[in-house]
Design a protein around this ligand. Structure first.
Ligand code: FAD
Ligand code: SF4
Length: 486
């Protein structure tokens, strides 16, 4: 522990951000990482508890008290090494993780948690600045070949671990660029895409080969799924050519809204709006959907919906409203009841701060059109007092020229799983366990599954965890044992 009295002396300091009225004029990242001195002081608030709950709250089990101590002492090189020992890509998590670690921090029982995520952000930015992040190519090659399908955080983490274990890794990606939802879902203003590019360069220097615009199995037919593939590689080709295959293809099928008027022009899945926007910012193509001068209604209250809000405001929407089916959660959680777990409470994202009406406990009944275009939306208020959503009969109409459906994702694209003959679980995800012998292995010999394709739509930090853990299982499968960490 850097300073035993730190938590009593220093207040929690949040990262600075460009004011909302300025940042909505551009798509660049607007969060400023802590200065070295601020990070040192914030790290001093960590008490290095005997049982570090934060370490278990973090899905990759980051060794948080250790790197807090090292940051307090100004030892950035060791802090970066400890951070990378559990997390391949703190550049991503330090920016966009919701930080369940902080909910589990002991200080959070009756005060303000250590600003763990902001310290992680400071460490990784400093590490790149000091040239500490370098390729780590394997000293010895095994001669084994592994195919990874999908280049999101799960695929990238698996590929990096497997390459470092000496295997020849090829990543197949149907999109034009690498990164999965980091690249095409999450907007640039939350995650600058150069953070992905420099990691791709690192992986290439470690021997990973990337094949973009190549779809494995069959091309997805559902609307709203990005597919830039010019080539299809069959499951049999992959199984014949590689010693193991890791499916890290995400959970891409969006949940639909079955109400009258769904077919109207101006009603889109969230990713039909967000993917082309990311492509436009990258200079690849223009977004055919514009929110400029429109009344936008976003249906769905999660991260995806929030990204639609931020993007619509940047387009210059006249108004942005976000609907959530569930009732409004409490402003402050009942900490004695919820700590150290992730609490249900009202969360306001940076996109909400930029301007958005939020309405809770509402269900959309109908989309009303004029000349084939959506013009308004009819909704009903719900009563959740019995624990179930009961319609109150109180209906209302709202102007809507653009309706974005951000109600989550139901399952991975089944044609891919079917092409390999991979069994599905009850929710339609690739069936594989995460514990015990044969974990991450599917029912098909030498085919493994990790990330959202296995667990359903989740978080970047969970995808990294699963990619790392699956890599260990693949390595053990190929070599008989593995020294890769779990
Ligand atoms: C809009 C949005 C915002 C989000 N914001 C956050 C956030 O702020 N913080 C957070 O922690 N999480 C966030 N998430 C969730 C997070 O992005 C995902 O949980 C995470 O990216 C899952 O990683 P993955 O590697 O399993 O899959 P993905 O990132 O989905 O990557 C899968 C990749 O596989 C490719 N692929 C699929 N099928 C094939 C095929 N047949 N052949 C070749 N390639 C294929 C896809 O093109 C894709 O590139 C967000 C999700 C969305 C949609
Ligand atoms: S990865 Fe997420 S949960 Fe883990 S320490 Fe970083 S911010 Fe916390």
């Amino acid at each position: 522990m850097g300073k035993p009295t730190g938590f009593m002396e220093f207040q929690r300091l949040s990262e600075g951000a460009e004011p909302a009225q300025d940042r909505i004029k551009h798509y660049k990242e607007f969060t400023l990482h802590l200065s070295d001195a601020e990070a040192g002081q914030q790290a001093a608030r960590c008490m290095d508890c005997g049982v570090p709950f934060c370490n278990n709250g973090c899905p990759v089990n980051n060794i948080i008290p250790d790197w807090n101590d090292l940051v307090y002492r100004g030892n950035w090189a060791e802090a970066s090494a400890v951070l990378h020992s559990t997390n391949n890509f703190p550049d991503f998590t330090g920016r966009i993780c919701p930080a369940p670690c902080e909910a589990a921090c002991t200080l959070n029982i009756d005060g303000d948690a250590v600003g763990i995520k902001s310290i992680e952000h400071a460490i990784i930015d400093k590490a790149w600045e000091l040239g500490l992040v370098k390729p780590q190519p394997a000293a010895v090659k095994t001669g084994k070949k592994v195919a990874v399908v999908g280049s999101g955080p799960a695929g990238l983490a698996a590929a990096q671990q497997l390459a470092r274990a000496g295997h020849a890794v090829t990543v197949f990606e149907k999109s034009s660029r690498i990164g999965g939802l980091l690249r095409y879902g999450i907007p640039d203003f939350k995650l600058d895409k150069t953070t992905i590019d420099r990691r791709v360069a690192q992986l290439e220097a470690e021997g990973v080969v990337f094949r973009t615009k190549v779809c494995v199995g069959a091309k997805p037919e559902t609307v709203g799924i990005n597919d830039d593939a010019l080539e299809v590689v069959t499951a049999d080709q992959l199984k014949a050519e590689f010693d193991a295959v890791v499916l890290a293809a995400g959970s891409e099928v969006p949940r639909d809204l079955s109400v009258p008027g769904r077919q109207l022009e101006g009603v889109h899945y969230a990713l039909e709006f967000l993917v082309p926007q990311n492509k436009e910012v990258a200079g690849d193509e223009k977004n055919p959907i514009s929110a400029a001068g429109k009344h936008v209604v976003v249906i769905g209250g999660g991260d995806t919906g929030s990204d639609c809000v931020g993007t619509s405001n940047r387009h210059g929407a006249l108004s942005v409203t976000q609907f959530e089916l569930l009732p409004q959660p409490p402003k402050v959680e009942n900490r004695p009841l919820t700590w150290p777990y992730w609490p249900l409470k009202m969360r306001t994202s940076s996109s909400h701060e930029e301007g958005c009406e939020r309405d809770f406990a509402v269900s959309t009944k109908e989309l009303i059109g004029e000349n084939g275009k959506v013009k308004a939306l009819k909704a009903v208020r719900l009563d959740w007092s019995s624990g179930k959503p009961l319609e109150t009969g109180h209906e209302f109409e709202l102007k809507a020229d653009l309706v974005l459906l951000a109600m989550g994702f139901t399952n991975p694209v089944h044609s891919l799983l079917d092409a390999f003959g991979v069994e599905k679980d009850a929710r339609g995800n690739a069936k594989a366990t995460t514990d015990g012998a044969g974990c991450y292995a599917t029912n098909v010999p030498k085919v493994f599954a990790a990330g959202d394709v296995r667990r359903g739509q989740s978080l970047v930090v969970w995808a990294i965890r699963e990619g790392r853990q699956a890599a260990r299982e693949v390595d053990a499968f190929l070599m008989g044992s593995s020294v890769l960490p779990r």
